[in-house]
Design a protein around this ligand. Structure first.
Ligand code: GLC
Length: 414
């Protein structure tokens, strides 16, 4: 990194370089399309210096919304053979070529924050976006709930691709019919930092199943072996519902249904409490089994407006024990792997969500501490995709959109 331009300018440059006009790619090469939750974070980043561009980002994302309300995890705006699995593997027919699954629905929360940057200018933009966001939210409530917790139907939906949360469920899956395919991720970045072939076979098997079932949610609900209620989906959906209530009220909309959703999701979040683990955990809906994983998503409770003293104690301890918190897996767990993606590394995006939640719930000290530690990490190691929690060293792709956006909107402000 050069020392003559400020980090803020560098962060803007990352966003501008990854800007493809009306949407932003997470990073050139490795991720050449529009990813759902990356894009929502990009919008918040843009909102720090170009509010107009921030709205465009969100509007483009919702242009990809399917007729039933679903907003896909990837929009394949322009075909790029450097990425696998591309549109021909997914076989989806939305208004924009896309994948057939979702990602954590943080768009509503990010849109709320973008709106606050310039309420007057944003009002007509929000008025147009709001019904689309409510429609996506209703889709999630209709298709993804189990005892009020939100389920994922593919590890990629949670955004935490190879987290140990899915190990037991994946072990029960048969991926022997997956056939031949060529991964592209490992030609862009170090294979040691990426999910294994064992995992990848299962990811692709689930895509093939969805395609065979024509991405019909009722059929997938009946037939998919992968259905896990998880903290990422549950906490982000609960937070989205709360933000939709606030935005709806400001727009003069009736928010009764959304308020009922908040109560249902709160009850659902409580079903993720694993007493033995002493933390929020993932549970397999088919087997009823706990994953037994304390991940960075476990700490998203405050983001969802859920207070928990035991989690606060755990957070304080992890902040002391780990040089660059919050690791995506418990450092004491057997599955911990400091460099392999979501099995150990620290992700600035999740830190920001945790930090925003802590601040909202009055835990200012912890929120500031986490923001400072994240700022230090980015200052030392750049806008990497993710980081080794012990050494801070950069891993995965570089010049990453959401890490730059996190700097602009949160970490760089302390
Ligand atoms: C990986 C991450 C996911 C992210 C995507 C694009 O799949 O696990 O969270 O959205 O890359 O950055």
């Amino acid at each position: 990194m050069t020392h003559d331009i400020s980090l803020t300018e560098q962060a803007r440059d990352v966003l501008i370089t990854n800007d493809r006009g009306s949407y932003t790619v997470p990073t050139a090469g490795l991720y050449p399309y529009q990813w759902n939750w990356d894009s929502a974070v990009a919008a918040l980043g843009f909102a720090q210096f170009d509010v107009e561009r921030a709205w465009v980002e969100l509007e483009t994302l919702f242009q990809g919304q399917w007729a039933d309300g679903m907003v896909p995890h990837i929009l394949f705006h322009k075909n790029d053979p450097g990425y696998f699995p591309g549109p021909e593997v997914w076989g989806c027919e939305g208004p924009i070529s896309s994948s057939g699954i979702i990602q954590p629905p943080i768009a509503a929360t990010m849109a709320h924050l973008v709106w606050q940057r310039d309420p007057e200018m944003g009002r007509p933009r929000m008025a147009a976006l709001y019904p689309k966001m409510v429609k996506w939210h209703s889709w999630i409530m209709r298709w993804r709930l189990h005892r009020g917790a939100v389920c994922t139907t593919h590890p990629w939906e949670t955004g935490r691709d190879n987290a140990p949360d899915w190990d037991k469920t994946m072990a029960r899956m048969d991926a022997s019919d997956v056939g031949e395919y060529t991964r592209r991720d490992t030609s862009h970045v170090n294979a040691e930092d990426r999910p294994t072939k064992y995992d990848y076979d299962r990811y692709i098997t689930l895509v093939q199943l969805g395609r065979r079932l024509n991405w019909d949610q009722a059929a997938m609900l009946a037939q998919s072996p992968f259905r896990v209620a998880d903290p990422t989906m549950t906490f982000t959906t609960l937070r989205a519902a709360r933000d939709l209530v606030k935005m709806g009220a400001a727009l003069g909309e009736d928010t009764q249904t959304l308020e009922a959703d908040v109560a249902r999701l709160e009850a659902g979040a409580a079903t993720l409490w694993n007493e033995e683990l002493g933390g929020f955990d993932s549970r397999d809906v088919h087997s009823g089994e706990w994953a037994g994983c304390l991940s960075n998503a476990s700490y998203l409770c405050w983001f969802a407006g859920v207070e928990n003293r035991a989690m606060l104690t755990k957070l304080r301890s992890i902040m002391e024990r780990v040089a660059y918190p919050v690791p995506s897996n418990d450092p004491d767990a057997e599955t911990f792997d400091a460099r392999r993606y979501w099995r150990g590394p620290t992700w600035a995006i999740v830190n920001m969500l945790i930090g925003l939640g802590l601040a909202d719930m009055g835990h200012e000290e912890e929120a500031t501490d986490l923001a400072k530690k994240t700022a230090h990490l980015i200052k030392e190691h750049g806008f990497a995709e993710y980081f080794d929690p012990a050494t801070g060293s950069a891993a995965g792709g570089g010049s990453f959109t959401w890490t730059a956006a996190v700097w602009l909107a949160w970490a760089g402000k302390v």
